[in-house]
Design a protein. Structure first.
Length: 201
């Protein structure tokens, strides 16, 4: 696993909104920490982290001169601007067992459309329990070779055998006929004009 290190700086605990330009407020808590620590992170670094490694990215946090292993537990963003407002990072032991949701990315859907098929997705993530260092940040599944009625199941994820889940019987996606939207022409009323017969005078 790539060793990603981000630096956490002390942030005073105070009420009100944190408005320091260029930083994102956050909370650091978990293994080996007494309570939680109010911290701040470089906003550009955090945006790049989530963009490249997902919302459950595994990281090393440089805090008060020591490096702690953990992962992104939660984020808060502005609904309108999508600006990141807050981030929670949980510190854990590298071999600590955790329950986490791993996002699934489906690829090859354009090939299905060429065969008049489409993927109906029922779940975009899988919940697993196990060592964090055995969990991928995301799962990529190629559905291009599936035929009508084919399903995406837990076996398609090729996860480490040590990881446990109670979702093995679920279908995360099913291949259906492509539902083409019919464009209906608007009905036009034909006005029939009756010609009046002209009687000779």
């Amino acid at each position: 696993m790539e060793k990603i290190i981000i630096k956490a700086l002390e942030r005073p605990k105070k009420t009100g909104k944190f408005k320091e330009q260029g930083f994102v407020p956050g909370v650091l808590y978990g293994e080996g920490m007494e309570g939680s620590a109010s911290v701040k992170f470089d906003a550009a670094v955090i945006r790049n982290l989530i963009s490249q490694h997902g919302s459950n990215a595994k990281i090393w946090v440089d805090y008060n001169g020591t490096k702690k292993f953990g992962f992104v537990k939660a984020t808060q963003s502005d609904m309108l601007s999508n600006k990141l407002l807050h981030i929670d990072i949980q510190v854990i032991a590298k071999d600590q067992k955790m329950k986490i949701q791993i996002p699934i990315r489906f690829i090859g859907e354009e090939v299905l459309k060429a065969k008049d098929l489409e993927l109906h997705i029922s779940k975009h993530e899988v919940t697993v329990i196990g060592d964090m260092n055995k969990m991928p940040e995301s799962i990529e599944v190629d559905v291009s070779e599936l035929e009508l009625g084919g399903q995406v199941t837990y076996e398609d994820f090729k996860l480490d055998e040590s990881l446990v889940t109670d979702e093995k019987e679920l279908a995360y996606g099913v291949i259906n006929h492509l539902k083409l939207m019919k464009v209906e022409e608007p009905e036009t009323e034909t006005e029939v004009v009756a010609e009046e017969s002209v009687k000779p005078e």
